[in-house]
Design a protein around this ligand. Structure first.
Ligand code: FES
Length: 141
């Protein structure tokens, strides 16, 4: 599932530590297509993505550490042909899916910006921070 239905992931304003529903757990298959949704970082809309790798869901802002641009090859497609690495479609920066750490390419010592994820009762939830908020919420003071 590449795009969320309106509502989940774009929750109404919430306290910085409140979990927001993102998608059903079954929507994220092992090393499959990511779930993509919009958040606000410092008040600006930015896309984020969540994918399942080695059984756990990992989420990052969809923003390369080389040039701050979106990375997916096709909507929701972030992994390389072997489904082993997150690969930026622009210049080939390669990231470890479980840590977001750059391991090859022009991202140097950079890393992807992680979002905290939890799974409960068959749902994937993400935890906003002071700087990364649900779409539709106001920037933190
Ligand atoms: S923008 Fe991602 S590798 Fe250059």
């Amino acid at each position: 599932m590449a795009e969320p239905a309106p509502g989940p992931g774009a929750a109404s304003p919430a306290a910085p530590d409140a979990l927001c529903p993102l998608c059903p757990s079954q929507a994220l298959v092992e090393r499959g297509r990511a779930w993509v949704w919009e958040v606000r970082q410092y008040g600006q809309p930015v896309r984020a993505f969540a994918l399942r790798f080695d059984g756990r869901v990992h989420a990052y802002l969809n923003r390369c550490a080389h040039v701050p641009t979106e990375m997916d090859w096709q909507p929701g497609e972030f992994l390389d042909a072997d489904r082993r690495w997150i690969l930026c479609s622009i210049h080939g920066a390669t990231y470890e899916p479980t840590s977001g750490r750059c391991i090859a390419g022009p991202c140097g010592r950079g890393r992807l910006t992680p979002l905290a994820i939890e799974e409960r009762d068959g749902m994937v939830l993400w935890r906003p921070t002071r700087d990364i908020r649900p779409l539709g919420s106001e920037p933190a003071p």
